[in-house]
Design a protein around this ligand. Structure first.
Ligand code: ADP
Ligand code: MG
Length: 619
Protein backbone atom coordinates (compact mmCIF):
# COMPACT_ATOMS: atom_id res chain seq x y z
CA UNK A 1 0.00 0.00 0.00
CA UNK A 2 0.97 3.59 0.00
CA UNK A 3 2.63 3.18 3.31
CA UNK A 4 5.09 0.65 2.06
CA UNK A 5 5.86 2.76 -0.95
CA UNK A 6 6.38 5.77 1.17
CA UNK A 7 8.64 3.87 3.33
CA UNK A 8 10.92 2.53 0.69
CA UNK A 9 11.26 5.87 -1.00
CA UNK A 10 11.98 7.27 2.32
CA UNK A 11 14.60 4.71 2.98
CA UNK A 12 16.25 5.56 -0.31
CA UNK A 13 16.45 9.16 0.63
CA UNK A 14 17.77 8.35 4.02
CA UNK A 15 20.47 6.18 2.64
CA UNK A 16 21.78 9.21 0.87
CA UNK A 17 21.40 11.64 3.66
CA UNK A 18 22.71 9.29 6.28
CA UNK A 19 25.96 8.98 4.48
CA UNK A 20 27.41 11.78 6.43
CA UNK A 21 26.10 10.80 9.75
CA UNK A 22 27.63 7.42 9.22
CA UNK A 23 30.86 9.01 8.39
CA UNK A 24 30.62 10.87 11.59
CA UNK A 25 30.89 8.11 14.12
CA UNK A 26 29.51 4.88 12.75
CA UNK A 27 32.46 2.78 11.75
CA UNK A 28 34.90 4.06 14.26
CA UNK A 29 32.87 3.25 17.30
CA UNK A 30 31.57 -0.08 16.11
CA UNK A 31 35.12 -1.24 15.66
CA UNK A 32 35.97 -0.03 19.07
CA UNK A 33 32.97 -1.61 20.64
CA UNK A 34 33.72 -5.12 19.61
CA UNK A 35 37.18 -5.90 20.85
CA UNK A 36 35.97 -8.88 22.87
CA UNK A 37 34.38 -10.59 19.93
CA UNK A 38 35.30 -14.14 19.05
CA UNK A 39 38.68 -13.46 17.54
CA UNK A 40 40.04 -10.62 15.52
CA UNK A 41 37.42 -10.82 12.81
CA UNK A 42 34.07 -10.41 14.53
CA UNK A 43 32.12 -10.08 11.30
CA UNK A 44 33.13 -13.49 10.07
CA UNK A 45 32.67 -14.93 13.50
CA UNK A 46 29.08 -13.88 13.55
CA UNK A 47 28.35 -15.16 10.10
CA UNK A 48 29.75 -18.55 10.93
CA UNK A 49 27.78 -18.80 14.12
CA UNK A 50 24.55 -18.50 12.15
CA UNK A 51 25.77 -21.14 9.78
CA UNK A 52 26.38 -23.55 12.63
CA UNK A 53 22.95 -23.08 14.04
CA UNK A 54 21.61 -24.34 10.76
CA UNK A 55 24.00 -27.22 10.75
CA UNK A 56 23.15 -28.14 14.29
CA UNK A 57 19.50 -28.43 13.42
CA UNK A 58 19.99 -30.86 10.58
CA UNK A 59 22.76 -32.87 12.19
CA UNK A 60 22.12 -35.35 14.95
CA UNK A 61 22.33 -33.37 18.17
CA UNK A 62 24.72 -35.96 19.57
CA UNK A 63 27.79 -33.82 19.65
CA UNK A 64 27.11 -30.14 20.21
CA UNK A 65 30.61 -29.24 21.38
CA UNK A 66 32.15 -30.53 18.16
CA UNK A 67 29.55 -28.56 16.26
CA UNK A 68 30.73 -25.48 18.04
CA UNK A 69 34.28 -26.32 17.24
CA UNK A 70 33.51 -26.65 13.58
CA UNK A 71 32.03 -23.26 13.78
CA UNK A 72 35.23 -21.78 15.04
CA UNK A 73 37.41 -23.52 12.55
CA UNK A 74 36.06 -22.23 9.29
CA UNK A 75 36.25 -18.74 10.62
CA UNK A 76 39.95 -19.18 11.20
CA UNK A 77 40.70 -20.95 8.00
CA UNK A 78 38.50 -18.72 5.92
CA UNK A 79 40.68 -15.82 6.85
CA UNK A 80 43.87 -17.78 6.65
CA UNK A 81 43.50 -19.62 3.41
CA UNK A 82 40.76 -20.54 1.00
CA UNK A 83 37.38 -19.20 0.16
CA UNK A 84 35.40 -22.40 -0.27
CA UNK A 85 33.41 -21.71 2.81
CA UNK A 86 30.49 -19.44 1.99
CA UNK A 87 31.32 -17.33 5.00
CA UNK A 88 34.50 -16.21 3.36
CA UNK A 89 32.65 -14.99 0.36
CA UNK A 90 30.31 -13.24 2.70
CA UNK A 91 33.17 -11.67 4.56
CA UNK A 92 34.66 -10.54 1.30
CA UNK A 93 31.54 -8.69 0.32
CA UNK A 94 31.22 -7.04 3.63
CA UNK A 95 34.78 -5.88 3.57
CA UNK A 96 34.39 -4.57 0.06
CA UNK A 97 31.26 -2.68 0.93
CA UNK A 98 32.60 -1.25 4.12
CA UNK A 99 34.09 2.17 3.70
CA UNK A 100 36.37 1.58 6.63
CA UNK A 101 37.83 -1.67 5.40
CA UNK A 102 41.32 -1.51 4.11
CA UNK A 103 41.18 -1.53 0.34
CA UNK A 104 43.95 -4.03 -0.08
CA UNK A 105 42.43 -6.46 2.31
CA UNK A 106 39.11 -6.37 0.64
CA UNK A 107 40.65 -6.99 -2.74
CA UNK A 108 42.77 -9.79 -1.47
CA UNK A 109 39.79 -11.46 0.07
CA UNK A 110 37.74 -11.33 -3.05
CA UNK A 111 40.61 -12.44 -5.19
CA UNK A 112 41.16 -15.47 -3.07
CA UNK A 113 37.52 -16.39 -3.44
CA UNK A 114 37.74 -15.96 -7.18
CA UNK A 115 40.91 -17.98 -7.45
CA UNK A 116 39.31 -20.73 -5.50
CA UNK A 117 36.33 -20.91 -7.75
CA UNK A 118 38.62 -21.18 -10.72
CA UNK A 119 39.11 -24.88 -11.43
CA UNK A 120 42.54 -24.20 -12.83
CA UNK A 121 43.92 -23.14 -9.51
CA UNK A 122 42.66 -25.90 -7.28
CA UNK A 123 44.59 -29.12 -7.57
CA UNK A 124 41.30 -30.92 -7.03
CA UNK A 125 40.52 -33.56 -9.65
CA UNK A 126 36.80 -32.80 -9.49
CA UNK A 127 36.46 -29.06 -9.45
CA UNK A 128 32.69 -29.37 -9.54
CA UNK A 129 32.83 -30.76 -6.03
CA UNK A 130 33.26 -27.48 -4.30
CA UNK A 131 30.33 -25.97 -6.12
CA UNK A 132 28.12 -28.79 -4.98
CA UNK A 133 29.24 -28.38 -1.45
CA UNK A 134 28.21 -24.78 -1.65
CA UNK A 135 24.76 -25.93 -2.60
CA UNK A 136 24.44 -28.25 0.38
CA UNK A 137 26.15 -26.52 3.17
CA UNK A 138 24.49 -28.50 5.90
CA UNK A 139 25.81 -31.80 4.72
CA UNK A 140 29.21 -30.78 3.56
CA UNK A 141 30.35 -28.29 6.10
CA UNK A 142 32.64 -30.79 7.80
CA UNK A 143 33.95 -32.01 4.52
CA UNK A 144 34.76 -28.52 3.45
CA UNK A 145 36.61 -27.86 6.64
CA UNK A 146 38.51 -31.08 6.21
CA UNK A 147 39.43 -30.12 2.70
CA UNK A 148 40.81 -26.90 4.00
CA UNK A 149 42.90 -28.57 6.61
CA UNK A 150 43.99 -31.78 4.98
CA UNK A 151 43.93 -30.82 1.34
CA UNK A 152 46.84 -29.47 -0.54
CA UNK A 153 47.04 -25.92 0.80
CA UNK A 154 47.14 -23.30 -1.84
CA UNK A 155 50.56 -21.90 -1.11
CA UNK A 156 50.09 -18.61 -2.86
CA UNK A 157 46.89 -17.58 -1.17
CA UNK A 158 48.00 -18.90 2.16
CA UNK A 159 51.14 -16.82 2.02
CA UNK A 160 49.14 -13.80 1.11
CA UNK A 161 46.90 -13.97 4.14
CA UNK A 162 49.58 -15.17 6.46
CA UNK A 163 51.56 -12.12 5.56
CA UNK A 164 48.66 -9.87 6.32
CA UNK A 165 48.04 -11.46 9.66
CA UNK A 166 51.59 -12.11 10.76
CA UNK A 167 53.69 -9.66 12.67
CA UNK A 168 52.59 -7.19 15.26
CA UNK A 169 50.20 -4.68 13.80
CA UNK A 170 51.22 -1.10 14.30
CA UNK A 171 47.70 0.20 14.41
CA UNK A 172 45.47 -0.24 17.37
CA UNK A 173 42.57 1.57 15.72
CA UNK A 174 43.23 3.10 12.35
CA UNK A 175 39.72 4.48 12.05
CA UNK A 176 40.45 7.41 14.30
CA UNK A 177 42.89 8.73 11.70
CA UNK A 178 40.31 8.80 8.96
CA UNK A 179 38.56 12.04 8.03
CA UNK A 180 35.22 10.42 8.77
CA UNK A 181 35.97 10.06 12.47
CA UNK A 182 34.54 12.80 14.70
CA UNK A 183 36.74 13.34 17.71
CA UNK A 184 35.11 14.28 20.99
CA UNK A 185 37.87 16.57 22.04
CA UNK A 186 39.08 19.27 19.70
CA UNK A 187 42.22 20.93 20.99
CA UNK A 188 42.73 24.53 19.91
CA UNK A 189 39.14 25.00 18.90
CA UNK A 190 37.81 25.86 22.36
CA UNK A 191 37.23 29.47 21.45
CA UNK A 192 35.29 28.74 18.26
CA UNK A 193 33.27 26.01 19.93
CA UNK A 194 32.40 28.29 22.81
CA UNK A 195 31.34 31.02 20.42
CA UNK A 196 29.03 28.66 18.62
CA UNK A 197 27.59 27.39 21.87
CA UNK A 198 27.02 30.91 23.19
CA UNK A 199 24.98 31.73 20.12
CA UNK A 200 23.10 28.45 19.95
CA UNK A 201 22.18 28.22 23.61
CA UNK A 202 19.33 30.56 22.73
CA UNK A 203 17.68 27.58 21.06
CA UNK A 204 17.55 25.78 24.38
CA UNK A 205 15.67 28.71 25.84
CA UNK A 206 13.10 28.35 23.07
CA UNK A 207 14.22 31.41 21.11
CA UNK A 208 15.70 31.67 17.66
CA UNK A 209 19.49 31.81 17.59
CA UNK A 210 21.19 34.23 15.20
CA UNK A 211 22.32 32.75 11.94
CA UNK A 212 26.00 31.89 11.94
CA UNK A 213 28.54 31.87 9.17
CA UNK A 214 31.71 29.90 9.73
CA UNK A 215 34.76 30.48 7.60
CA UNK A 216 38.07 28.74 7.36
CA UNK A 217 40.32 26.86 4.97
CA UNK A 218 39.93 23.13 4.57
CA UNK A 219 41.16 21.04 7.45
CA UNK A 220 40.76 23.72 10.08
CA UNK A 221 38.22 21.69 12.04
CA UNK A 222 35.00 23.39 10.92
CA UNK A 223 33.00 20.26 10.24
CA UNK A 224 34.33 18.44 13.27
CA UNK A 225 33.54 21.38 15.56
CA UNK A 226 30.09 21.92 14.09
CA UNK A 227 29.18 18.28 14.48
CA UNK A 228 30.48 18.25 18.00
CA UNK A 229 28.43 21.28 18.92
CA UNK A 230 25.31 19.90 17.28
CA UNK A 231 25.59 16.63 19.17
CA UNK A 232 25.94 18.51 22.43
CA UNK A 233 23.03 20.75 21.58
CA UNK A 234 20.74 17.87 20.80
CA UNK A 235 21.71 15.87 23.84
CA UNK A 236 21.17 18.86 26.11
CA UNK A 237 17.82 19.54 24.50
CA UNK A 238 16.78 15.97 25.22
CA UNK A 239 17.97 16.32 28.80
CA UNK A 240 15.84 19.38 29.42
CA UNK A 241 13.10 18.25 27.07
CA UNK A 242 13.27 21.39 24.99
CA UNK A 243 12.23 20.81 21.39
CA UNK A 244 15.41 21.69 19.53
CA UNK A 245 16.76 19.85 16.53
CA UNK A 246 19.83 20.09 14.37
CA UNK A 247 19.95 19.00 10.75
CA UNK A 248 23.28 18.64 9.02
CA UNK A 249 23.57 18.80 5.26
CA UNK A 250 26.74 18.55 3.24
CA UNK A 251 26.14 20.80 0.27
CA UNK A 252 28.99 19.32 -1.69
CA UNK A 253 26.83 16.23 -2.05
CA UNK A 254 23.41 17.83 -1.80
CA UNK A 255 24.06 20.69 -4.14
CA UNK A 256 20.78 21.97 -5.53
CA UNK A 257 17.90 23.80 -3.92
CA UNK A 258 15.59 20.93 -4.74
CA UNK A 259 17.79 18.38 -3.08
CA UNK A 260 18.50 20.46 -0.01
CA UNK A 261 14.82 21.17 0.56
CA UNK A 262 13.77 17.60 -0.22
CA UNK A 263 16.34 16.19 2.15
CA UNK A 264 15.27 18.55 4.91
CA UNK A 265 11.59 17.90 4.26
CA UNK A 266 12.08 14.17 4.47
CA UNK A 267 14.07 14.38 7.66
CA UNK A 268 11.33 16.38 9.32
CA UNK A 269 8.56 14.22 7.94
CA UNK A 270 10.30 11.25 9.39
CA UNK A 271 10.61 12.94 12.76
CA UNK A 272 6.98 13.97 12.65
CA UNK A 273 5.99 10.40 11.94
CA UNK A 274 7.86 9.29 15.01
CA UNK A 275 6.27 11.97 17.15
CA UNK A 276 2.80 11.10 15.93
CA UNK A 277 3.32 7.39 16.38
CA UNK A 278 4.51 7.92 19.97
CA UNK A 279 1.62 10.21 20.71
CA UNK A 280 -0.87 7.75 19.26
CA UNK A 281 0.55 5.00 21.44
CA UNK A 282 0.19 7.20 24.48
CA UNK A 283 -3.34 8.24 23.68
CA UNK A 284 -4.28 4.68 22.76
CA UNK A 285 -3.18 3.56 26.22
CA UNK A 286 -5.14 6.36 27.79
CA UNK A 287 -8.24 5.48 25.79
CA UNK A 288 -7.91 1.88 26.90
CA UNK A 289 -7.65 2.83 30.54
CA UNK A 290 -10.72 4.95 30.26
CA UNK A 291 -12.52 2.25 28.36
CA UNK A 292 -11.91 -0.24 31.11
CA UNK A 293 -13.04 2.26 33.71
CA UNK A 294 -16.57 3.03 34.70
CA UNK A 295 -17.20 4.98 31.51
CA UNK A 296 -17.51 8.22 33.41
CA UNK A 297 -15.20 11.11 32.57
CA UNK A 298 -13.34 10.57 35.80
CA UNK A 299 -10.12 9.12 34.35
CA UNK A 300 -9.84 11.96 31.83
CA UNK A 301 -9.91 14.48 34.62
CA UNK A 302 -6.17 14.86 35.12
CA UNK A 303 -5.35 14.85 31.40
CA UNK A 304 -5.49 17.64 28.89
CA UNK A 305 -8.76 16.27 27.53
CA UNK A 306 -12.11 17.58 28.66
CA UNK A 307 -13.82 14.32 28.00
CA UNK A 308 -13.58 11.04 26.19
CA UNK A 309 -14.85 12.51 23.00
CA UNK A 310 -12.12 15.10 22.91
CA UNK A 311 -9.57 12.35 23.31
CA UNK A 312 -11.05 10.32 20.51
CA UNK A 313 -11.20 13.34 18.32
CA UNK A 314 -7.53 13.98 18.89
CA UNK A 315 -6.67 10.41 18.05
CA UNK A 316 -8.64 10.65 14.84
CA UNK A 317 -6.87 13.87 13.97
CA UNK A 318 -3.48 12.36 14.51
CA UNK A 319 -4.40 9.40 12.38
CA UNK A 320 -5.37 11.72 9.57
CA UNK A 321 -2.04 13.51 9.94
CA UNK A 322 -0.25 10.22 9.88
CA UNK A 323 -1.89 9.34 6.59
CA UNK A 324 -1.05 12.72 5.11
CA UNK A 325 2.73 12.56 5.60
CA UNK A 326 4.14 12.11 2.16
CA UNK A 327 7.88 11.96 1.58
CA UNK A 328 9.34 14.12 -1.16
CA UNK A 329 10.82 12.20 -4.08
CA UNK A 330 14.41 13.12 -4.89
CA UNK A 331 13.37 14.45 -8.30
CA UNK A 332 10.24 15.39 -10.15
CA UNK A 333 8.27 17.82 -8.05
CA UNK A 334 8.13 21.54 -8.76
CA UNK A 335 10.43 23.32 -6.33
CA UNK A 336 7.50 25.25 -4.86
CA UNK A 337 5.88 22.06 -3.80
CA UNK A 338 9.08 20.76 -2.23
CA UNK A 339 9.46 24.01 -0.36
CA UNK A 340 5.95 23.88 1.03
CA UNK A 341 6.36 20.23 1.99
CA UNK A 342 9.44 21.26 3.92
CA UNK A 343 7.70 24.27 5.40
CA UNK A 344 4.73 22.23 6.61
CA UNK A 345 6.92 19.51 8.00
CA UNK A 346 9.01 21.95 10.06
CA UNK A 347 5.99 23.82 11.25
CA UNK A 348 4.10 20.69 12.25
CA UNK A 349 4.87 21.34 15.88
CA UNK A 350 6.71 23.76 18.09
CA UNK A 351 10.51 23.57 17.93
CA UNK A 352 13.69 25.41 17.17
CA UNK A 353 15.62 23.99 14.27
CA UNK A 354 19.26 24.62 13.47
CA UNK A 355 20.10 23.83 9.87
CA UNK A 356 23.78 23.30 9.26
CA UNK A 357 24.79 23.78 5.67
CA UNK A 358 28.34 22.53 5.38
CA UNK A 359 30.33 23.49 2.26
CA UNK A 360 27.69 26.13 1.66
CA UNK A 361 29.96 27.81 -0.90
CA UNK A 362 29.58 24.75 -3.14
CA UNK A 363 25.82 25.11 -3.06
CA UNK A 364 25.97 28.78 -3.98
CA UNK A 365 28.52 28.15 -6.69
CA UNK A 366 26.43 25.40 -8.23
CA UNK A 367 22.89 26.66 -7.71
CA UNK A 368 23.01 30.28 -6.67
CA UNK A 369 21.58 31.71 -3.47
CA UNK A 370 17.87 30.89 -3.88
CA UNK A 371 17.96 28.22 -1.22
CA UNK A 372 19.55 30.56 1.27
CA UNK A 373 17.14 33.31 0.35
CA UNK A 374 14.14 31.07 0.95
CA UNK A 375 15.49 29.63 4.16
CA UNK A 376 16.45 32.97 5.60
CA UNK A 377 12.95 34.34 5.06
CA UNK A 378 11.06 31.43 6.54
CA UNK A 379 10.90 32.63 10.13
CA UNK A 380 8.52 35.43 9.28
CA UNK A 381 6.02 32.88 8.04
CA UNK A 382 6.49 29.95 10.38
CA UNK A 383 3.86 29.74 13.11
CA UNK A 384 5.01 27.03 15.46
CA UNK A 385 8.67 26.66 14.80
CA UNK A 386 11.76 28.73 14.16
CA UNK A 387 14.80 27.99 12.07
CA UNK A 388 18.33 29.18 12.35
CA UNK A 389 20.98 28.64 9.71
CA UNK A 390 24.58 27.79 10.29
CA UNK A 391 26.57 28.03 7.07
CA UNK A 392 30.07 26.62 6.82
CA UNK A 393 32.35 27.77 4.04
CA UNK A 394 35.88 27.00 2.91
CA UNK A 395 35.82 30.01 0.66
CA UNK A 396 36.37 33.22 2.54
CA UNK A 397 34.91 35.36 -0.17
CA UNK A 398 31.80 33.44 -1.09
CA UNK A 399 29.41 36.01 0.40
CA UNK A 400 30.46 38.36 -2.40
CA UNK A 401 28.16 36.36 -4.65
CA UNK A 402 25.17 36.61 -2.36
CA UNK A 403 22.16 38.83 -2.61
CA UNK A 404 22.80 41.58 -0.03
CA UNK A 405 19.70 40.60 1.94
CA UNK A 406 20.86 37.01 2.17
CA UNK A 407 24.34 38.15 3.01
CA UNK A 408 23.28 40.26 5.95
CA UNK A 409 20.82 37.71 7.26
CA UNK A 410 23.20 34.80 6.99
CA UNK A 411 26.15 36.62 8.43
CA UNK A 412 24.49 37.84 11.62
CA UNK A 413 27.34 36.16 13.45
CA UNK A 414 30.63 35.16 11.91
CA UNK A 415 33.18 32.78 13.31
CA UNK A 416 36.59 32.36 11.75
CA UNK A 417 38.62 29.18 11.95
CA UNK A 418 42.25 30.18 11.47
CA UNK A 419 44.80 27.68 10.13
CA UNK A 420 46.64 25.59 12.70
CA UNK A 421 50.32 26.14 13.27
CA UNK A 422 52.77 23.28 13.61
CA UNK A 423 52.57 23.17 17.40
CA UNK A 424 48.80 22.95 17.36
CA UNK A 425 48.93 20.26 14.73
CA UNK A 426 51.27 18.28 16.96
CA UNK A 427 48.73 18.30 19.76
CA UNK A 428 45.97 17.20 17.43
CA UNK A 429 48.11 14.42 16.00
CA UNK A 430 49.34 13.27 19.40
CA UNK A 431 45.84 12.95 20.72
CA UNK A 432 44.80 10.78 17.78
CA UNK A 433 48.03 8.82 17.67
CA UNK A 434 47.54 7.73 21.27
CA UNK A 435 44.37 5.95 20.23
CA UNK A 436 45.33 4.94 16.71
CA UNK A 437 48.68 3.25 17.29
CA UNK A 438 49.97 0.57 19.59
CA UNK A 439 52.15 2.03 22.34
CA UNK A 440 55.68 2.90 21.26
CA UNK A 441 55.14 2.44 17.56
CA UNK A 442 56.17 5.94 16.52
CA UNK A 443 59.69 7.27 16.63
CA UNK A 444 60.01 10.65 18.26
CA UNK A 445 60.26 12.67 15.07
CA UNK A 446 57.18 11.25 13.34
CA UNK A 447 54.56 13.57 14.78
CA UNK A 448 56.64 16.76 14.57
CA UNK A 449 57.45 16.01 10.95
CA UNK A 450 53.83 15.30 10.00
CA UNK A 451 52.88 18.53 11.76
CA UNK A 452 55.59 20.49 9.95
CA UNK A 453 54.58 19.21 6.53
CA UNK A 454 50.91 19.95 7.16
CA UNK A 455 51.67 23.39 8.56
CA UNK A 456 53.20 24.25 5.19
CA UNK A 457 50.01 23.01 3.63
CA UNK A 458 48.05 25.96 5.11
CA UNK A 459 47.77 24.28 8.52
CA UNK A 460 45.50 21.53 7.29
CA UNK A 461 44.73 19.01 10.05
CA UNK A 462 43.24 16.64 7.52
CA UNK A 463 46.54 16.57 5.68
CA UNK A 464 48.40 16.00 8.93
CA UNK A 465 46.21 13.03 9.80
CA UNK A 466 46.47 11.64 6.27
CA UNK A 467 50.22 11.81 6.51
CA UNK A 468 50.28 10.02 9.82
CA UNK A 469 47.94 7.31 8.60
CA UNK A 470 49.76 6.82 5.32
CA UNK A 471 53.12 6.71 7.12
CA UNK A 472 51.69 4.02 9.39
CA UNK A 473 50.45 2.04 6.42
CA UNK A 474 53.81 2.26 4.71
CA UNK A 475 55.53 1.08 7.87
CA UNK A 476 53.09 -1.79 8.09
CA UNK A 477 53.83 -2.72 4.51
CA UNK A 478 57.53 -2.65 5.35
CA UNK A 479 56.79 -5.00 8.22
CA UNK A 480 58.73 -2.84 10.59
CA UNK A 481 57.58 -2.41 14.13
CA UNK A 482 57.91 1.33 14.23
CA UNK A 483 56.88 4.19 12.03
CA UNK A 484 59.87 6.44 11.40
CA UNK A 485 60.75 9.67 9.72
CA UNK A 486 61.42 7.90 6.44
CA UNK A 487 57.87 6.63 6.31
CA UNK A 488 56.57 10.14 6.83
CA UNK A 489 58.68 11.45 3.96
CA UNK A 490 57.50 8.63 1.72
CA UNK A 491 53.95 9.35 2.77
CA UNK A 492 54.40 13.01 1.92
CA UNK A 493 55.64 12.07 -1.54
CA UNK A 494 52.82 9.63 -2.09
CA UNK A 495 50.14 12.10 -1.04
CA UNK A 496 51.74 14.85 -3.07
CA UNK A 497 51.85 12.61 -6.12
CA UNK A 498 48.23 11.60 -5.63
CA UNK A 499 47.35 15.26 -5.48
CA UNK A 500 49.28 16.08 -8.64
CA UNK A 501 47.69 13.22 -10.50
CA UNK A 502 44.28 14.45 -9.44
CA UNK A 503 45.01 18.06 -10.39
CA UNK A 504 46.43 17.12 -13.78
CA UNK A 505 43.61 14.71 -14.48
CA UNK A 506 41.00 17.39 -13.94
CA UNK A 507 42.69 20.15 -15.95
CA UNK A 508 40.79 21.54 -18.93
CA UNK A 509 41.98 20.19 -22.27
CA UNK A 510 43.76 23.39 -23.27
CA UNK A 511 45.81 23.39 -20.10
CA UNK A 512 46.57 19.74 -20.58
CA UNK A 513 47.90 20.51 -24.05
CA UNK A 514 50.12 23.27 -22.72
CA UNK A 515 51.40 20.99 -20.01
CA UNK A 516 51.94 18.17 -22.48
CA UNK A 517 53.95 20.49 -24.70
CA UNK A 518 56.13 21.28 -21.72
CA UNK A 519 56.68 17.63 -20.85
CA UNK A 520 57.59 16.87 -24.47
CA UNK A 521 60.22 19.59 -24.44
CA UNK A 522 61.62 18.48 -21.15
CA UNK A 523 61.70 14.87 -22.21
CA UNK A 524 63.77 15.88 -25.18
CA UNK A 525 66.30 17.46 -22.93
CA UNK A 526 65.37 21.09 -23.49
CA UNK A 527 66.34 23.25 -20.53
CA UNK A 528 65.18 26.74 -19.72
CA UNK A 529 62.10 26.25 -21.83
CA UNK A 530 60.55 29.55 -22.85
CA UNK A 531 56.96 30.47 -23.58
CA UNK A 532 57.54 30.65 -27.30
CA UNK A 533 58.81 27.12 -27.43
CA UNK A 534 55.89 25.83 -25.45
CA UNK A 535 53.52 27.77 -27.68
CA UNK A 536 54.96 26.29 -30.86
CA UNK A 537 54.67 22.72 -29.70
CA UNK A 538 51.26 23.47 -28.26
CA UNK A 539 50.11 24.78 -31.63
CA UNK A 540 51.26 21.62 -33.39
CA UNK A 541 49.49 19.49 -30.83
CA UNK A 542 46.27 21.42 -31.35
CA UNK A 543 46.44 20.95 -35.07
CA UNK A 544 47.12 17.30 -34.52
CA UNK A 545 43.91 16.76 -32.55
CA UNK A 546 41.80 19.44 -34.20
CA UNK A 547 41.56 21.61 -31.10
CA UNK A 548 41.17 25.39 -31.21
CA UNK A 549 44.49 27.18 -31.03
CA UNK A 550 44.59 29.85 -28.35
CA UNK A 551 46.69 32.98 -28.69
CA UNK A 552 50.17 33.02 -27.24
CA UNK A 553 48.92 35.45 -24.66
CA UNK A 554 46.28 33.01 -23.45
CA UNK A 555 48.84 30.25 -23.39
CA UNK A 556 51.05 32.44 -21.21
CA UNK A 557 48.10 32.80 -18.83
CA UNK A 558 47.56 29.07 -18.76
CA UNK A 559 51.23 28.62 -17.90
CA UNK A 560 50.78 31.01 -14.99
CA UNK A 561 47.81 28.98 -13.82
CA UNK A 562 49.82 25.79 -13.96
CA UNK A 563 52.48 27.60 -11.97
CA UNK A 564 49.95 28.54 -9.32
CA UNK A 565 48.76 24.95 -9.12
CA UNK A 566 52.36 23.95 -8.45
CA UNK A 567 52.61 21.86 -11.59
CA UNK A 568 55.18 23.92 -13.42
CA UNK A 569 57.64 26.47 -12.22
CA UNK A 570 57.74 29.58 -14.36
CA UNK A 571 60.25 32.29 -13.56
CA UNK A 572 60.50 35.54 -15.40
CA UNK A 573 64.02 36.17 -16.62
CA UNK A 574 65.37 39.26 -18.22
CA UNK A 575 67.03 38.80 -21.58
CA UNK A 576 68.67 42.19 -21.53
CA UNK A 577 67.74 44.17 -24.56
CA UNK A 578 65.66 41.27 -25.93
CA UNK A 579 63.13 41.88 -23.19
CA UNK A 580 61.87 39.42 -20.66
CA UNK A 581 60.67 35.86 -20.99
CA UNK A 582 59.51 33.06 -18.81
CA UNK A 583 61.65 30.06 -18.14
CA UNK A 584 59.48 27.07 -17.53
CA UNK A 585 60.24 23.76 -15.90
CA UNK A 586 58.05 20.96 -14.62
CA UNK A 587 57.71 20.78 -10.85
CA UNK A 588 56.11 17.37 -10.91
CA UNK A 589 57.44 13.93 -11.79
CA UNK A 590 57.50 13.75 -15.56
CA UNK A 591 56.58 10.09 -16.04
CA UNK A 592 53.46 10.17 -13.90
CA UNK A 593 52.38 13.47 -15.36
CA UNK A 594 52.76 12.21 -18.89
CA UNK A 595 50.87 9.04 -18.07
CA UNK A 596 47.94 11.01 -16.68
CA UNK A 597 47.93 13.34 -19.66
CA UNK A 598 47.95 10.50 -22.13
CA UNK A 599 45.09 8.82 -20.32
CA UNK A 600 42.96 11.69 -21.62
CA UNK A 601 41.47 10.20 -24.76
CA UNK A 602 42.04 13.31 -26.88
CA UNK A 603 45.66 13.75 -25.93
CA UNK A 604 46.20 10.03 -26.20
CA UNK A 605 45.77 10.48 -29.96
CA UNK A 606 49.00 12.45 -30.26
CA UNK A 607 51.15 10.03 -28.38
CA UNK A 608 53.23 9.16 -31.40
CA UNK A 609 54.09 12.67 -32.40
CA UNK A 610 57.33 13.07 -30.50
CA UNK A 611 59.16 14.13 -33.67
CA UNK A 612 57.28 17.40 -33.23
CA UNK A 613 59.92 18.58 -30.88
CA UNK A 614 62.72 17.43 -33.10
CA UNK A 615 61.24 19.29 -36.04
CA UNK A 616 61.14 22.38 -33.96
CA UNK A 617 64.82 22.26 -33.25
CA UNK A 618 65.80 21.38 -36.74
CA UNK A 619 64.16 24.55 -37.90
P1 ADP B 1 37.15 21.32 7.73
O1 ADP B 1 35.71 21.00 7.85
O2 ADP B 1 37.51 22.65 8.28
O3 ADP B 1 37.70 21.12 6.35
P2 ADP B 1 37.43 19.05 9.42
O4 ADP B 1 36.60 19.43 10.57
O5 ADP B 1 36.86 18.07 8.47
O6 ADP B 1 37.95 20.31 8.64
O7 ADP B 1 38.81 18.50 9.97
C1 ADP B 1 39.70 17.74 9.18
C2 ADP B 1 40.26 16.61 10.00
O8 ADP B 1 41.06 17.10 11.06
C3 ADP B 1 39.19 15.77 10.64
O9 ADP B 1 39.62 14.43 10.66
C4 ADP B 1 39.10 16.32 12.04
O10 ADP B 1 38.67 15.33 12.92
C5 ADP B 1 40.52 16.74 12.32
N1 ADP B 1 40.61 17.91 13.18
C6 ADP B 1 40.51 19.19 12.80
N2 ADP B 1 40.66 20.02 13.84
C7 ADP B 1 40.87 19.23 14.91
C8 ADP B 1 41.12 19.49 16.30
N3 ADP B 1 41.17 20.73 16.78
N4 ADP B 1 41.30 18.43 17.09
C9 ADP B 1 41.25 17.18 16.63
N5 ADP B 1 41.02 16.87 15.36
C10 ADP B 1 40.84 17.88 14.50
MG1 MG C 1 34.41 20.39 6.34
Amino acid sequence: MTNTDDHSEHAGERAESDDHDDEGTGDGSSQEDAPDGPGTVPEEGRAVATETEDAAVSEPPADPPSGAKTAAEPSDTSVGSTGTDPTTVDGGHRAAGEPSADGTNADADTDAGGADADPGVIPDPSPEGSDESLGEIDLDLDEVVLDDEGGDPDEASRGLFDDLLSGEPIFENKEVLRPSYTPHRLPHREEQINNMATILVTALRGDTPSNILIYGKTGTGKTASAKFVSEELESTSRKYEVPCEVEYINCEVTDTQYRVLAQLANKFIEKNEEVVADRLDELGDLAERIGSGSGADGPVADTEFADREALEERIAELEVDQESFEPVPMTGWPTDRVYSAFFDAVDYHERVVVIMLDEIDKLVEKSGDDTLYNLSRMNSELENSRISIMGISNDLKFTDFLDPRVKSSLGEEEIVFPPYDATQLRDILQQRADVAFKPDSLTEDVIPLCAAFAAQEHGDARRALDLLRTAGELAERDRTEMVNEGHVRQAQEKIELDRVVEVVRTLPTQSKLVLYATTLLEKNGVHNINTGEVFNIYKRLCQEIDADVLTQRRVTDLISELDMLGIVNAVVVSKGRYGRTKEISLSVPIEETEAVLLSDSRIGEVEDTQPLVQTRFDN
